[in-house]
Write a protein that binds this ligand. Structure first.
Ligand SMILES: NC(=O)c1ccc[n+]([C@@H]2O[C@H](COP(=O)([O-])OP(=O)(O)OC[C@H]3O[C@@H](n4cnc5c(N)ncnc54)[C@H](OP(=O)(O)O)[C@@H]3O)[C@@H](O)[C@H]2O)c1
Length: 265
């Protein structure tokens, strides 16, 4: 367990997921969080025995590491507010598109790391990327890597690749959920009860992911294990090819990356 206090500014979906994981896995000694919604703060306090505050500056002052978890459009207000309160804390921003050099300009500290997490950390299966500013120390990077890898898998990479990480693993849970929903709809259309179709689709997605990550199968190897020549699966896969599903997915990721760059500061 890290003998550090981790602060959270903003307690929305992603922050709550990170807090729950860090608490459940007893990763840090203390957590302090501040946000705008007193009711939600109190809920988190009761659920995870964390310290809460309605004041972002107090959170910063009492933390060793501060995760800023507000929407990109709210970053400027928060940075202006906490700017003077930051002394030697390590600042971690999870906001999509908000660049390290912008954060370095806005804050007194230069020890900054950007993380692109994903919501799957709620079930201990986060896939994340992170990027270190020039002034973060080797031990800062090791510390954040340790935290992230305790709640999933995280890769250290160059900042300009974080948009791609955001589009694949940050937004990815929603894209894969859309797939499951589409299979659910197909099941219903073909006579299955909705709940059963959903469970079949979601469990199949989970199992396929485990086959690739736990059995180390490449996607093509898994496809080969299921799709025999002239069989049922090939008939389905041919439809993916006919409608160029891979191109749709490449364009989908491209659209997400484009939006992330538009939002960049
Ligand atoms: N959700 C994801 O899957 C995901 C994945 C990767 C990265 N991210 C990044 O994570 C960040 C948060 O996303 P989210 O989905 O968790 O958004 P969210 O649920 O809307 O949470 C943002 C929170 O910040 C609070 N907030 C706004 N201004 C504040 C201020 N001045 N002081 C304190 N709190 C403030 C909001 O409160 P109010 O609602 O009361 O305004 C809200 O609770 C974003 O920058 C996003 O790019 C999210």
């Amino acid at each position: 367990m890290l003998d550090k206090t981790i602060g959270f500014i903003g307690i929305g979906n992603m922050a709550a997921a990170l807090i729950s994981c860090i608490c459940n896995k007893k990763i840090a000694k203390r957590i302090i969080a501040s946000g705008k919604n007193a009711k939600n703060l109190d809920k988190l306090r009761k659920q995870f025995s964390i310290i809460i505050s309605s004041n972002n500056r107090e959170t910063v002052k009492n933390s060793d590491i501060v995760f800023i978890c507000v929407k990109p459009q709210d970053m400027e207000v928060v940075l202006d507010e906490i700017g003077n309160a930051v002394s030697n804390q390590l600042i971690v921003s999870i906001a999509a598109g908000v660049k390290l050099n912008y954060l370095e300009k806005k804050l007194k500290t230069k020890r900054i790391i950007r993380v692109m997490p994903n919501i799957n950390c709620l079930v201990g299966e986060m896939a994340a990327g992170f990027s270190s500013g020039d002034y973060a120390t080797k031990s800062d990077v090791e510390c954040i890597s340790k935290i992230l890898n305790s709640i999933g898998t995280a890769f250290l990479l160059k900042e300009d690749l974080l948009d791609a990480v955001g589009a694949i693993s940050g937004s990815g849970p929603a894209f894969f959920a859309y797939f499951v929903k589409s299979f659910e709809e197909a099941g219903v259309k073909n006579g299955l009860k909705r709940d059963m179709a959903f469970k079949l689709a979601a469990k199949t997605a989970l199992g396929a992911a485990k086959m690739m990550t736990e059995k180390n199968l490449q996607p093509d190897e898994l496809i080969q294990m299921v799709a025999s020549k002239k069989g049922i699966t090939i008939a389905g896969l041919n439809n993916f090819k006919k409608y160029r599903l891979n191109q749709i997915i490449i364009k989908t990721v491209g659209a997400a990356i484009k939006r992330s760059k538009e939002m960049a500061k």
